[in-house]
Design a protein around this ligand. Structure first.
Ligand code: IPE
Ligand code: MG
Length: 230
């Protein structure tokens, strides 16, 4: 969800207004996603690197979490949405950590649609945490399994979530910025020159249409049948 600041600057508004409009774009996008066959949507809300922004902006972003969850949790729950927050819990203001836990608990029974919010998240940090988790289990004698792709994936914040098919970056930037690094291995990338507060069903439809045109080979070849592997 990139481009809130530029959206606000272009209108001579404070950045906080851009973030606020960004929440409206998020609501529109969540509502439209199931109509495009999307079962799981992950948005990047706050990165481990975003702490380096001015304190006032960090506090604006935290404030939006408070108001968004307070105003929308009941509606999301009723709409069959399961919320999962990806990211480190320590380091968050304690009321935000509590809000996150409540939102996850209250929607844990839902399975119509999954909304993952990466918050205090970094792809590298998540990989480090996954490796540490497995190492601790090894040291505690809880497992003898070596670190491999399965054991590492099982320790990621996205463990058990559907595989990642499509990554959309808004605002014209063309980089991943530490988002879902492991999960992105075979994801299709779509870059849209649209600022996040302007996002919604139309833009999402265009991203999905671009995705549908892609030929996914996962390292194989379209013209040769897959070899049977034991
Ligand atoms: C995204 O918009 C907001 C966050 C999720 C932190 P930005 O704040 O990065 O907006 P630009 O890139 O400055 O326009
Ligand atoms: Mg940005």
């Amino acid at each position: 969800m990139d481009g809130n600041g530029r959206w606000a600057s272009a209108r001579g508004l404070p950045r906080a207004m851009g973030h606020r409009e960004g929440v409206q774009a998020l609501k529109r996008t969540i509502q439209a996603a199931p109509d495009f066959g999307i079962q799981c949507l992950t948005v990047f809300g706050f990165s481990t690197e975003n702490w380096s922004r001015p304190a006032e902006e960090v506090s604006d972003l935290m404030g939006l979490v408070r108001t968004y969850v307070a105003s929308d949790l009941a509606r999301l729950e009723k709409a069959g949405v399961r919320l999962r927050i990806l990211g480190r819990r320590d380091g968050l203001p304690s009321d935000i950590a509590a809000i996150i836990e409540k939102a996850e608990r209250q929607t844990a029974h839902n399975d119509r649609f999954m909304l993952q919010v990466a918050f205090n998240y970094g792809g590298r940090a998540d990989l480090v945490d996954a490796a540490r988790r497995h190492m601790q289990r090894l040291l505690a004698g809880e497992t003898v399994e070596p670190i491999d792709e399965d054991t590492l994936a099982a320790g990621l914040a996205t463990a058990g979530s559907p595989p990642l098919d499509l990554i959309v970056r808004t605002s014209g930037e063309q980089r991943l910025s530490n988002f879902l690094l492991w999960e992105a291995a075979y994801a299709e990338l779509v870059f849209q020159d649209i600022l996040w507060p302007d996002y919604g069903p139309k833009a999402l439809g265009e991203a999905v249409a671009a995705f549908a045109q892609r030929e996914r080979r996962y390292g194989g070849r379209e013209d040769a049948p897959a070899r049977v592997s034991a």
